[in-house]
Write a protein that binds this ligand. Structure first.
Ligand code: SF4
Length: 308
């Protein structure tokens, strides 16, 4: 339906848009996060590691141009492509002055082979001038903005110390949609004290925003984080591989068919991962999702719009 997949992958969308494989180059713009520097909170989200939200990003000691060159050198031979999305991934990538952000975004855009920008941020870090800057960029290039929502449930958001209420996400989505900027929402499956129904409610909520894309993450416990220390004292049930696969497939069924699925697995660093260890075998998770979709004779959007 979408190439050889039963769901609308980013790879499919990129090939359709650019006529070939496009890969993301993960960058570290040298930003911090209001949930770490004291403006909103000082310890960050409970699962967030020292390196922030983008453990695979290039080194922040390098300029944006140097990071892009380095990432191209590492990734291009493997993927055999000359088209790239510059992905501002680490920490909060709209959390700086207008001038600093503008310089860094445009530096990325001016590099050879960069066909678009992806900017990961928090919904509470989109003031008017930055929204205007994003709107300007959106008219010049292929842009999307990623928002780390994780859950729609307030009690969980308090537990994970997300630091903003659901209305802030709603408002950010509204402002970005008004400017025709593509939005990608991150959700996490397996957060403590969330039932299967809770997690699927989050999926349905995001589905109903009719925004451009979504990422499903698995909650993994990274050594050294506050979640790790909490888990050692208060172990809570973690999802098994089969439970996770079944949840992702349920989630895909509730999405609109045109919503682009950017990710369906977690991607923690091997040396920092404490649990669940099965998450390291990404291929097995991906093939499990394909198999489950086939066994159910299902596909993304099968239940889209059915009374929710
Ligand atoms: S918003 Fe992102 S970077 Fe900031 S503390 Fe949470 S996970 Fe870490």
């Amino acid at each position: 339906m979408w190439g050889n997949k039963r769901y609308h992958t980013l790879n499919y969308e990129m090939r359709k848009t650019f006529g070939q494989k496009v890969i993301k180059l993960s960058l570290d713009g040298g930003f911090t996060c209001p949930n770490r520097d004291g403006r909103v909170g000082s310890r960050g989200c409970i699962f967030c590691g020292e390196e922030g939200s983008g453990e695979f990003a290039a080194s922040r000691c390098l300029s944006i141009r140097e990071q892009i060159d380095e990432q191209k050198r590492l990734l291009s031979p493997k993927w055999n492509t000359d088209k790239h999305i510059a992905y501002f991934q680490n920490f909060t990538n709209t959390y700086s002055s207008y001038t600093d952000l503008k310089d860094k975004y445009y530096e990325a855009l001016s590099q050879e082979g960069i066909v678009g920008l992806a900017i990961a941020t928090r919904p509470d870090c989109l003031p008017e001038d930055i929204l205007d800057l994003l709107e300007e960029l959106n008219q010049k290039t292929y842009l999307w903005v990623e928002l780390g929502l994780q859950t729609i449930h307030e009690r969980t958001s308090k537990f994970i110390r997300r630091g903003y209420p659901l209305e802030t996400y709603d408002k950010a989505v509204e402002e970005l949609k008004k400017r025709k900027i593509k939005v990608v929402t991150h959700l996490i499956f397996g957060l403590p004290n969330e039932s299967r129904e809770d997690m699927l409610e989050s999926v349905k909520y995001v589905a109903n925003t009719k925004t451009w894309g979504i990422k499903f993450h698995l909650l993994y416990i990274q050594k050294g984080t506050d979640l790790y220390h909490y888990y050692l004292k208060n172990p809570f049930p973690l999802l098994s591989r089969d439970e996770y696969i079944s949840l992702v497939v349920d989630g895909l069924e509730y999405l609109p068919p045109n919503m682009v699925v950017h990710r369906v697995t977690g991607d923690g660093k091997k040396e920092l991962l404490y649990e669940p260890k099965w998450s390291l075998d990404k291929l097995r998770v991906l093939s499990g999702i394909d198999r489950e979709l086939m066994m159910r004779n299902s596909y993304q959007g099968k239940k889209w719009g059915l009374s929710y």
